[in-house]
Each structure stands twice: as structure tokens, then as C-alpha cells.
Design a protein around this ligand. Structure first.
Ligand code: MCA
Ligand code: AMP
Length: 502
């Protein structure tokens, strides 16, 4: 098998696959030709089956074809957030050991320097789909024999930040991605007639796999946008049938006065995930549009785990039922002992969607699985008497801002290294636009040497923009409990209204 063949089996050659931002439409035959050319180009660059292809480029149809071509050629796609600085990139590249790195032409010099010692090659692709890789691909044949792979072979590695220390590369197999796409096409009733508005980034599971793989597997089409813009998405609704987004998409759409019942009349499905959708947003949306947002729950390591029903109640504040092929249970976070569903505990899942482990980290992998094969998500939840899963918090110290994960420790380490900082605590506070706003509380021991702007400026080249604190607060000392542990819950309580009051 190969995920590429599984995904593209339904797409009729003449059927539309992707409407480009300039309005031109690529058919499924075009998809076959573009991916064939990119796959040949990868081979010409020496990429072998099983090799990693690391990609940090702006969203474009060519970037998407590069993902599919990598899988088609039997190699492993490694997408990287475009916001990552060179400092962050160095770790991913060093850890994954890619045979090829594809970057923006503007980053080529810096990336080439980074990979020099690794023997990886560097080629380029820009936001308009041009660059040295595209040039090479243009000269290649338009057919390519898809490389056969076993179901357990890797199709992608997606990095997810660690609560302690370094990011971990989640290894996703052909079977993981194929099974999750098939389950969701069925559950969410995608067909050839669907037109999905694709406004998510394609370096994370949501935009890259959930949105794209489902569209492909259904033989449907997408309107492809470089980024989310509320007015733009609103203008596309009459031509579309489905939208997938993070909660910020929905709060920003609600801020558009033109969002009405009439505006959504042709849309059959609005899906939200990657971060909690406030019950208030769900209810406001229903009142304004007469449609209920379908909230689902997933993770990089697992793809999608649960979904509210297509038919039946989509209950605000819940993430619905486990997918038909996913087993889900609630366990005691410390002991792993199963709890009654109505008790709050850690959510554990098992199914064909669950990843093959963390790249080169067998110990971390072992620590996150129970002996019977259940994966410990680190999310805290319960199951109500109707079977709906509720996520009530996170056992892991994680902030989700606008659907992007930020691990406080990574930000704290950077801040702690600044002059005059005794220590810092990075917390997420309720934020009207992003859900949570990254906030740093910096202890100076009573002798502040930097101000807020200086702290933020110092982080500029060290951390991706979305990880940088929106606000920095100064205190003499951080509050600690009797065990000496910083009381983040207390800090969150004390500063709860920072972004929402006034
Ligand atoms: C942009 N900024 C952010 C974020 N996005 N800061 C914190 N968190 C963010 N998410 C910064 C920008 O750099 C900018 O800084 C300032 O905030 C305002 O930018 P703005 O133009 O308003 O933002 P935007 O470009 O419109 O982006 C907001 C967004 C975007 C549309 C919500 O963040 C987005 O597309 N998020 C989707 C993330 C996603 O796909 N997650 C899925 C992960 P400055 O003004 O200084 O330049 S996969 C996953 O979680 C699992 C599997 C799952 O369940 O799906
Ligand atoms: P990531 O590591 O980017 O895959 O993020 C996965 C995390 O996002 C999960 O472990 C949850 O904490 C969170 N998440 C995803 N979907 C939802 C949702 N619908 N509600 C609450 N949290 C969610």
C-alpha cells in the first residue's frame, strides 16, 4: 500500500481538486502530474524511501503537492511551522537528520549553514510555489510509479513540544493517516460534492492531514487560502459546503456583522478543533446562523479521537463521542487505574490512529503508553451519562494560543537566561481572540533591570512569534506552595482578567 494511492483513489481525473488563490483550478489529473514531477525531483536529489524531507515553506498548492509527492516517493514528510526561528530549526533538523531540507529562498543561506555538517541538501520553494525545487520539478515527467510501503512504514514525522525539555517527533504511519481519514470521511459524510474552505496552516495535523486527507479521500475539492481572514472566508461561504478551523476562526467570524443565517445557507458543516471551543461561542454561533458547530478532539500523536455527532446533538462544551475505531477511557493520572467514566481523570486512547512512537526516543514513548497499549494523552476529562467526552483541563503544562501549542518551559528557559531575571513563570490567561494569551510573570528579586518591551525584544530571534508573551508582568518573587512548587494556578487566578477586563 501507499497512503498516496489510498487518498487519491476516489478523485476522478477531470474533477476539481483545488482552487488556487488566483482562482485557477487544479483537477485531480493535475494533482497526479504535479506530485509525479515533485516525486521525480526528490529522487533526483537523492531522497530514498524512508528518508526525511524537512519542509519549512509558506503555504501554497506546491507545498501541499510536495507533501503528497514525498509520501508517494516513500519518504517521510516533516513539516515545520514557518514561524520557527533558525535557533528553533537547528534542533529539529539535527534531531530528524533529513536527507533534504526545503525552505524559503530568503532562509536558504541560514539553513545551508545549519545543515552543512549533516550532509543534507537544501532546495527552495517560495510562497508563490517557485524556487529551485519547483524549477527541478518542472523538467520532470508527469507520471511516477508510486513506491509501495507497508502499513506501518512512516509517512510523516510531526514535532510536538515536550512538557520537559526537547520537542518530540511523533512518527505517523501510512496506516495511521489512512485509517483516520477513512473514519472521518464516513462520520462527517464527505462526498465528491463537498467544497472545503481551507484556511488553516499546512504544517500541523489539522490543516495538513485532517482537512487535506479527508478532501482527497472523498474525491472532493477545496478552496485554498494562504491564511485565515474572516472577511475573505465569509465571502467564500456561498460557494462552499464545509469549513474546518480553530476556535479563533469562529470568534473572528462572529465579529463580522454579515455573518447571518442567509450567509451560511449552502454550508452543511462547520468543524472546530485544536483548542477548546467556548460553550459561549458555540451558542452564539447557533443563535446567529441556525447551525451548530461540530467540535472534535485530536492530537498530533493520534489524529482525531472524538467527534460530536453528525446527526444528533452537538453539545456545547463537549468533544462528542470516541470515533468508531477508537477506544477511549478515563484513568487515574498517577496509577493508570481505570476510573468510572463520570470521574475526572486522564484521557487514554487506543486505535489504528495512534502513532508509532517518538522518533529516536524509545523511553519517552514507553512512558506515554500503558502496558495494554493505551496512549496517555495528558488531557483531563470525563464522560457524561450520555457518552459525551468532556475535556476539563490539561494534566500537561501547555498553553494553546490560537490553536498553536506553547510549552511554558521552553519560554521560561529563554526568559530565565535574561539579565536581572531570577526566575519566571509562563502561564496562559483567557484571551478573547486567541483563547489563551501567553503571559510571563517575571521575578526580579526586587531589582528589575529590564522592562516589558525589553523582555519581548530579547526573545525576538530566539522564539517563534506565537510563543512570545503578549504581556510580561514583574513581581519580586513567585508564589510557591509548601513543596516549593511555583503556584501557577494562583498566578492564573490573580491575573485572570488581564486580557478580558476593559
Ligand atoms: C498569530 N499570532 C499569534 C498567533 N497567530 N500569537 C499567538 N498565537 C497565535 N496562534 C501573532 C502574529 O504573529 C501577530 O504578531 C499577532 O499575533 C496578530 O496576528 P494576526 O494577524 O491577528 O494573526 P493571524 O495571522 O490572523 O493568525 C491567527 C490564526 C492563526 C488565524 C488563529 O494563528 C492560525 O491559523 N492558527 C491555526 C493553528 C493550527 O492550525 N493549529 C492546529 C494544530 P505581530 O503583530 O507581532 O506580528 S494541530 C492540533 O492541534 C491537533 C492535531 C488538533 O486537534 O487539530
Ligand atoms: P497538538 O499537540 O498540537 O496536537 O495539540 C493537541 C492538544 O490540543 C490536545 O492534547 C488537547 O489538549 C488540545 N485539543 C485539541 N482539540 C481540542 C478540543 N476540541 N478541545 C480541547 N482541547 C483540544
Amino acid at each position: 500500500m501507499n497512503l498516496f494511492d489510498t487518498l487519491t483513489a476516489a478523485g476522478a481525473p477531470a474533477a476539481p481538486f483545488l482552487e488556487r488563490p488566483d482562482g485557477a483550478v487544479d483537477s485531480y489529473a493535475d494533482l497526479q502530474a504535479h506530485t509525479a514531477r515533485f516525486a521525480h525531483a526528490l529522487c533526483a536529489l537523492g531522497v530514498q524511501p524512508g528518508d526525511r524531507v524537512a519542509v519549512q515553506v509558506e503555504k501554497s498548492p506546491e507545498n501541499l503537492y510536495l507533501y503528497l509527492a514525498t509520501v508517494r516517493a516513500g519518504a517521510v514528510f516533516l513539516p515545520l511551522n514557518t514561524a520557527y526561528t533558525l535557533n528553533e530549526l537547528a534542533y529539529f533538523i539535527g534531531d530528524a537528520g533529513p536527507a533534504l531540507v526545503v525552505c524559503d529562498p530568503g532562509a536558504e543561506a541560514g539553513v545551508s549553514e545549519l545543515v552543512e555538517a549533516l550532509g543534507a541538501r537544501v532546495v527552495t520553494l517560495d510562497a508563490s510555489g517557485k524556487g529551485s525545487l519547483a524549477d527541478l520539478a518542472a523538467a520532470q515527467p508527469a507520471t511516477f510509479p508510486t513506491v509501495a510501503r507497508a502499513p506501518g512504514d512512516l509517512a510523516a514525522i510531526c514535532y510536538t513540544s515536550g512538557t520537559t525539555g526537547r520537542s518530540k517527533g511523533a512518527m505517523l504511519t501510512h496506516a495511521n493517516l489512512a485509517s483516520n481519514a477513512a473514519t472521518l470521511v464516513d462520520l462527517w459524510r464527505f462526498t465528491v460534492r463537498d467544497v472545503l474552505i481551507h484556511a488553516l496552516p499546512i504544517y500541523h495535523v489539522h490543516g495538513l492531514f485532517v482537512a487535506t486527507n479527508i478532501t482527497l479521500m472523498a474525491g472532493a475539492s477545496m478552496i485554498f487560502r494562504p491564511r485565515f481572514d474572516a472577511a475573505d472566508v465569509l465571502s467564500l461561504l456561498p460557494r462552499a459546503s464545509a469549513l474546518m478551523g480553530v476556535p479563533t476562526f469562529y470568534t473572528r467570524l462572529l465579529a463580522q456583522p454579515d455573518l447571518t443565517r442567509e450567509a451560511v445557507v449552502g454550508m452543511r458543516l462547520f468543524i472546530s478543533g485544536s483548542a477548546p471551543l467556548l460553550a459561549e461561542t458555540h451558542l452564539d454561533w447557533s443563535a446567529r446562523t441556525g447551525t451548530a458547530i461540530l467540535e472534535r478532539y485530536g492530537m498530533t500523536e493520534t489524529g482525531m479521537n472524538t467527534s460530536n455527532p453528525y446527526d444528533g446533538d452537538r453539545v456545547a462544551g463537549t468533544v462528542g463521542f470516541p470515533l468508531p475505531d477508537v477506544a477511549l477511557r478515563i484513568a487515574d493520572p498517577e496509577t493508570g487505574a481505570p476510573l468510572a467514566p463520570s470521574e475526572i481523570g486522564v484521557i487514554e486512547v487506543k486505535g489504528p490512529n495512534v502513532f508509532a512512537g517518538y522518533w529516536k526516543m524509545p523511553d519517552k514513548t514507553a512512558a506515554e503508553f500503558r502496558p495494554d497499549g493505551f496512549f496517555i494523552t495528558g488531557d483531563l476529562g470525563k464522560i457524561d451519562d450520555r457518552g459525551y467526552v468532556h475535556i476539563v483541563g490539561r494534566g500537561k503544562d501547555l498553553i494553546i494560543a490560537g490553536g498553536f501549542n506553547v510549552y511554558p518551559k521552553e519560554v521560561e528557559e529563554e526568559i530565565d537566561a535574561l539579565p536581572g531575571v531570577v526566575e519566571s513563570a509562563v502561564i496562559g490567561l483567557p484571551h478573547p481572540d486567541l483563547g489563551e494569551g501567553v503571559t510571563a510573570v517575571v521575578a526580579t528579586g526586587g531589582k528589575p533591570v529590564m522592562d516589558e518591551a525589553a523582555v519581548i525584544a530579547a526573545l525576538k530571534d530566539r522564539l517563534a512569534r506565537f510563543k512570545q508573551p503578549k504581556r510580561v508582568l514583574f513581581v519580586d518573587d513567585l508564589p510557591r506552595n509548601a513543596m516549593g512548587k511555583v503556584q501557577k494556578a494562583l498566578l492564573r487566578q490573580q491575573h485572570a482578567g488581564l486580557y478580558t477586563d476593559g
